[in-house]
Design a protein around this ligand. Structure first.
Ligand SMILES: O=c1ccn([C@@H]2O[C@H](COP(=O)(O)O)[C@@H](O)[C@H]2O)c(=O)[nH]1
Length: 236
């Protein structure tokens, strides 16, 4: 799976609201790539994943696993039975945990979904690092260190902000994927995001995928907002 794309974060509390949202995209030839996060998964469980997959969407299952290596390995083994395209862990769980995740996720026939590590959440900034996490290293170095750990643990890429996409590519190679939330249209409501960029600038920064939730899901016309994001980021 490669090529630039916009991933819509389906941050809804119920399956009913999610399906009503997806119904708006029924006329599209290409079904949007979507992300199922904790809110929807905890509300509706694996059946929601199956239903959305049956509608023809690619799925990023964003559960951000973070636990001891054995627990993450076993949880990933369960998730490997779901037909999703991408799953993730927190890179702060460290290398043994990421290696365990990879092992658990790999099916008996050697196939597996893409495995991505979250570096520093896009809701954090340099001040949060220093004040709350006692990390004195600059944000870019912290993200790069986590990305290099993920790379050497055999993962396919990282979640980072678009601000760090270029340096991650420089340090880990062009094929190492960057999946970037913290995307806002020019002048849009930032909300709780701190490290942000527009879809247009994210394209120039070399991000592989951008993740957009509220700017699309809460828009008066979600299809128009998605179309704008695709035009800015992918150029179609
Ligand atoms: O660092 C991260 C990791 C994950 N996310 C997720 O992306 C979407 C962003 O939603 P918006 O409404 O566009 O802010 C959301 O599901 C987060 O859980 C992130 O924002 N930052």
């Amino acid at each position: 799976m490669s090529g630039k794309d916009v991933i819509i974060a389906l941050d809804f509390p119920t399956g009913t609201e999610t399906m009503a949202f997806l119904d708006k995209f029924q006329g599209q030839t290409q079904k949007p790539f979507v992300k199922i996060g904790m809110e929807l998964f905890y509300a509706e469980g694996p059946q929601m994943v199956r239903e959305i997959k049956a509608r023809g969407h690619k799925i990023f299952l964003d559960l951000k696993l973070h636990d001891i290596p054995n627990t993450v390995k076993r949880a990933m083994s369960v998730l490997s039975n779901l037909d999703v395209d991408m799953v993730n862990v927190h890179a702060s769980g460290a290398c043994d945990m990421m290696a365990g995740a990879l092992e658990g996720l790999t099916r008996a026939d050697g196939t597996r979904p893409l495995l991505i590590a979250v570096t520093q959440l896009t809701s954090t900034d340099a001040e949060t690092l220093k004040r709350d996490l006692l990390i004195d290293t600059p944000m870019a170095d912290t993200v790069m260190h986590y990305a290099q750990n993920a790379n050497k643990s055999g993962l396919d890429g990282v979640v980072c902000s678009p601000l760090e996409a270029a340096i991650v590519k420089e340090g880990c190679g062009a094929d190492f994927m960057t999946i970037t939330p913290g995307i806002r249209f020019a002048g849009g409501d930032v909300g709780d995001q701190k490290r942000i960029m527009t879809p247009e600038k994210a394209a120039v920064s070399g991000c592989d995928y951008i993740v957009m939730g509220r700017p699309i899901t809460q828009a008066p016309d979600p299809v128009a907002a998605y179309t704008q994001a695709m035009q800015e980021f992918v150029g179609v």
